[in-house]
Design a protein around this ligand. Structure first.
Ligand SMILES: [Zn+2]
Length: 102
């Protein structure tokens, strides 16, 4: 998943699993650093710019964590909205039954 991560082509669930694993696995974390440095290093050579690759790597991982937090928030907002609609539906059915049968 490392090349896919570097290309930003993981979906949200894959990204979450990937980051959780990398955070807890020194070997994959090391591998990610190496592949990131190679990929970004080549891009940097092509661009002719020099910049701090290891802080670029940290920024990328931090940004991914932020993206996941936003994704989680959206997930809960959507669940809360679905619950609210269901509650309103049940209340509406209860109200109709109440007026119809009383
Ligand atoms: Zn691992």
């Amino acid at each position: 998943m490392i090349p896919a991560y570097i290309e930003d082509s993981l979906d949200a669930d894959e990204l979450k699993a990937f980051l959780e694993h990398v955070d807890s696995c020194p070997e994959c974390s090391e591998e990610l650093s190496i592949q990131f440095l190679i990929t970004e290093g080549l891009n940097t050579l092509n661009d002719g710019d020099s910049y701090d690759l290891s802080s670029a790597m940290k920024r990328k991982v931090e940004e991914s964590h932020r993206n996941i937090n936003v994704h989680n928030k959206l997930f809960w907002i959507r669940n809360a909205a679905v619950c609210l609609v269901l509650i309103m539906l049940i209340a509406a059915i209860a109200a109709v039954n109440f007026f119809y049968f009383s």
